[in-house]
Design a protein around this ligand. Structure first.
Ligand code: SF4
Length: 401
């Protein structure tokens, strides 16, 4: 496991299989955040966790606590590459297949050379799914799960390249990663980089697959289903979902979430790529009570709440590259936003946009403390605005819409 330096101390990434965290492991994470760091826990846009402010003398303790909680890799060198994204509502079957793929990745030392950003998506057509991330390989089940359509480099909402049988899926995924490593130069870390140079036909030349899926299209997803209380897609239980404020939880909140999962559900939490949390496995008659408990913890449970619509990177408190304290400014902006809108807003401390792995309609790029350039659909429409001016502009564009 790696702990990387950040402005506010060490940053420890804890990868979760399909975003799932047992209540037991959640309490261990909360303990580790208190004992080894600042107590700040972040849900990432890959449905993992990060602990901030890790002290230099606490690295070994933290790693030991994470391994004891079952959150480490199964092989040395296999931690960074465990990037297989699932729907937060994925079935047990899909999770079992993802585990097979992750085992193959971790077990093959050659694959440990992949970039930590190289990522896969395994999908079964769930309505709650993040389809906008540029996954290097995506696989989406078709024919009632008998086959998987596949494609590369964030093209899931376009035409698939082909399909493979379910029983071949883990082997196919491993072979795609091996071929990527065999063909990519040291400058090419993502599939899109390699394909831009050699083309898809050359990459696929050595693969056997079905080509009869050209007309298949993935059903659209609905991100609003991450919030609120809903019946689950595969079982006769409900789930409750809520947004963490700007992707952050404190240790006490995580402990309380673990308690709710134990007393009202099946003892587990699921983190999502929207930096939100779900509690699955709730009896139908308890679902709205659980939702109210999440709201009482300060989590947003409705897509129109400002804190469900604003994302921000670590900002100047946590990152030396940031021109502004994006987290504090995002809280100020959220307090000024109307509660009847649904538009997403992203505050970024610099042009890297770490907080938004998917397109967001409005981005405020920091240019100085408390000042932002206002971008809509990737075009700058105003420069050097204060947070109040940005809020006014957002309100005007909402009124014009
Ligand atoms: S977007 Fe820039 S300022 Fe924000 S965390 Fe990333 S690198 Fe740092």
């Amino acid at each position: 496991m790696r702990i990387v330096p950040a402005r506010d101390g060490g940053l420890a990434r804890l990868r979760l299989a399909g975003g799932v965290l047992s209540a037991h492991a959640a309490r261990a994470v909360a303990r580790a955040a208190r004992a080894c760091g600042s107590g700040v826990i972040e849900v990432t846009n890959r449905a993992n966790l990060q602990l901030r402010g890790i002290r230099d003398d606490a690295h070994a303790t933290l790693i030991g606590m994470a391994l004891d909680a079952g959150l480490g890799p199964s092989t040395a060198g296999g931690d960074d590459i465990r990037n297989v994204m699932l729907s937060p509502l994925a079935s047990d079957d899909t999770r079992a297949l993802a585990a097979q793929i992750i085992d193959a990745m971790q077990g093959d030392c050659a694959l440990h050379a992949l970039s930590p950003k190289f990522a896969l998506q395994l999908d079964a057509g769930e309505r709650l799914a993040m389809l906008d991330h540029p996954h290097d390989l995506w696989l989406s089940s078709i024919d009632g799960g008998a086959r998987f359509a596949f494609g590369f480099a964030g093209t899931m909402q376009q035409r698939p390249l082909g399909a493979i049988h379910r029983s071949d899926t883990a082997t196919f995924a491993a072979n795609v990663m091996r071929r990527f490593l065999a063909l990519a130069t040291s400058e090419e870390h993502r599939m899109r980089d390699l394909l831009a140079r050699i083309g898809t036909a050359r990459f696929l030349a050595e693969f056997d697959f079905d080509a009869d899926v050209q007309t298949w299209r993935r059903e659209p997803a609905d991100a609003s289903l991450r919030l609120g209380a809903h019946e689950g897609p595969y079982r006769a239980t409900w789930y409750a979902g809520a947004q963490t404020p700007l992707g952050r939880l404190d240790a006490n909140t995580l402990d309380t979430l673990a308690d709710i999962a134990d007393t009202h559900a099946e003892g587990r939490l699921t983190m999502t790529p929207w930096q939100s949390v779900l509690i699955p496995g709730i009896a139908a008659h308890d679902a709205h009570d659980v939702l109210q408990r999440l709201h009482a913890l300060g989590l947003a449970t409705d897509a129109r709440e400002p804190l469900a619509r604003v994302i921000a990177c670590a900002g100047s408190q946590g990152c030396a590259k940031s021109h502004a304290d994006t987290k504090a400014d995002a809280h100020r902006l959220a307090a000024l936003l109307p509660s009847h809108d649904e538009g997403q807003v992203h505050l970024s401390g610099c042009e890297r946009s770490c907080a938004a792995a998917h397109p967001v309609p409005v981005t405020l790029y920091a240019v100085a403390p408390g000042r932002y350039d206002f971008h809509r659909d990737a075009h700058a429409v105003a420069r050097n605005l204060t947070i109040e001016e940005a809020a006014e502009r957002l309100a005007r564009s909402h009124a014009d819409a």
